[in-house]
Ligand binder design. Sequence first.
Ligand SMILES: Cc1cc2nc3c(=O)[nH]c(=O)nc-3n(C[C@H](O)[C@H](O)[C@H](O)COP(=O)(O)OP(=O)(O)OC[C@H]3O[C@@H](n4cnc5c(N)ncnc54)[C@H](O)[C@@H]3O)c2cc1C
Ligand SMILES: [Zn+2]
Length: 749
Amino acid sequence: MAPTKVSEGDLLVERIRSIQRSNQANKRCADCLERGPTYVCLDFQTFVCQLCSGIHREFHHKIKSISLSEWNPAEVALIEAGGNEKAAVKWLDRWNKEQFPEPDSSDVEAVREFIRLKYAEKKWFRPHGRSGAEAPAEAAAGYAAAKAPAAPSAPFTPAPAASNTVAPQIAPMLDLLSGGASPPAKSRVPAADVWAPHDIITIIWPPQLIFSICKAPTSMPGMVSLVKVLGEPQAALDVPKTVPPLPSGLAAKDFTVPSLKEMGYKVGKSGGPEPHCGFPGGETAGLARLEAKLKDKNFILNFQKPKTKSTAFDPPSTTVLSPYLKFGCVSVRQFYHGVQKVCAGKKHTPPPESLVGQLLFREMSYMMGASIPNFDRQVGNPSCKQIPWAKDAKLLEAWETGRTGYPFIDAVMRQLVQVGWIHHLARHAVSCFLTRGDLWLSWEQGRDVFDRHLLDSDWAVNNMNWLSLSGAAPWSPPFFRVYSPTPSNDSSLNVQDPEGKYVRQFVPELAKMPSKYIYAPWTAPLEVQKAAGCIIGKDYPKPVVDHKTASAANIAKFKEALSSGKSSPAVAKPSAADKARLPLPSESCLADHPQTQKRPKKVDIPEAKRLHLGGEDLFKIVDPKVKAAITREFNTGGHAVKVVIPSGGKKRKAAEENPDDIGDEGEKDKVVVDLEEKEKGSDDEGDVTSGGLLKIKSHKPSAKGKAKAKAKVKAEPKEKDAPTPTPKAAGKAKAKAEAKPKAKGKAKS
Ligand SMILES: Cc1cc2nc3c(=O)[nH]c(=O)nc-3n(C[C@H](O)[C@H](O)[C@H](O)COP(=O)(O)OP(=O)(O)OC[C@H]3O[C@@H](n4cnc5c(N)ncnc54)[C@H](O)[C@@H]3O)c2cc1C
Ligand SMILES: [Zn+2]
């Protein structure tokens, strides 16, 4: 008999049902006493009854019917990572059943009040930071953005009134925080909800979802492949209609923000800080900026990051939305969906150089930051080569204050301090110069300086990029490829400024220097220097190092560090702070981290956990069920995985032909994958390369294999072990949607 054809949607529903069956707690509504819940609240990954689903909708929580809604694999993986038991640990942590018994579904008002107290008021919520049985993944991701413990650099503290030297550096940040002179920003996220899973606004996909599938990708092809599996992310939340009241006893005045004047800053006519960085702060300004960028369809469709000009400052050549993303003035999901909407159905540039590509770099930084121990330092960081950087306070100061004697480097550093934002390739230039290129100082010191001055300073993104540019990370460009600090017109730094307008703007000492000498003024004859009113060594410094000599010496030192065998990072145990934020089996991540192992030509992967997802990268699939779904996913996408099983040619052939067999729970054989090292990526948008990752080649499945794989997917009897409803619920269910025949594709919630 021919097997019944089962759609992808049916399989997903069946998976949800099996998740529900797998845990007693899922067989009862998460919020009342009702048995046999038939809905899922995606915000909290809980199974809820019909009544509670309606009440959740009143609170704008996302609800879907198990059998009537359309599901995607990402949502199902999310439910798999959650469930009623986990939700109770978190949302009912301080709940006292005696004092506040769970409501009966016959009392609608009581149920509504219970849900309000539980989720909106967070009356019984587990306080953030308290160590629970499982680390809260969303807190981890939020952490990566907002709350780096053991902060690598000085926390933001307003300068005292008298300090004129510090104030201008901080002014741009204050400007952004205060919203400048713009009207008060509407709050997009209720303040009380900061750590709830449904309002992680700092990243595009929920981290618990990503980490239920794989470890952090470290290359763009890997990220792009992952995105295919994740599917489209949720839309940004709507502006809430109501904001929960302040807890009783707290008066509004307790939260009044001191004025700029009160904090000792010069205030301009507009009421904003003086001087002004040019990027007015707040949500209103951020959304206006986003809207203006999205309106420029040409800009969005043709955006190619490596081709944007690093010296463009009025206006800049990229979006300058980073400060608004950093402060939460603009939701990254809103940015992402806005760009996708413009690109839909039109020819557009692809990642990595597109704007979506930029946001994926950001997403990757967050994933890395959340899962790589000691991400923000060299010591104990498995993704950082141990390089014996020098210490030199004078050189560091020259770099930070823009007095290295290299006009382009100095202009960038002075723009950083004055404005609080610099172009990405300008960041490349100065970070390479500080580390492997010229000064041989540690990336951690450079990171700290950036952290002090950047409006968009972001723990995860800043560290990921500094690791990259220093040459020390697996995703770094090759350490021996360094940028010239006197960039020519065809430099990949895209200076494109033969007249040196940018340098003249930020290094006014050189305003009158002839263009011929603007990037290397020490080469100008003394007469020319005199005529320009700038004597090198007196009015403007001589170069602090000779680039040619310094870079050659540094490359040699880097090479020496690598060949000495001392550069391999120690296999680090995550610190307590790491553990508090690591959502993933970090130790297992570490165990097969490419940097922590000496890799033989063939590598044993005992449970065939590495799969090729249609790009060039590999992921460690954590959960066998998720893995099975993904296997199916990329089969339907026409990809297959080639594995080499050493024992028994028959089995090997079968596995090659029917990739669905790979890693199935029954599969116990050792699987060996071909090792193919990718030496390096290119640097132009080379923040992240796929340096040295294992790679499994893909091949198209044979016709026979395809047929076999299809036949394998058999229909399983539905509702077999569905939760037993109470007589009352059963009666209801009959009358309600759940009992209706499947109407896939029609019903959406
Ligand atoms: C050494 C170094 C340090 C950096 N530190 C930070 C930092 O602290 N905070 C920060 O937001 N960016 C940082 N970046 C990345 C990048 O330079 C900025 O995100 C970008 O220049 C911001 O300008 P934009 O908004 O116009 O970017 P666009 O080109 O318009 O890109 C849109 C958004 O994509 C994201 N993005 C772009 N490039 C990257 C990237 N390479 N990595 C991760 N996300 C990216 C940003 O959120 C950005 O706002 C750093 C880069 C380097 C080389
Ligand atoms: Zn209920």
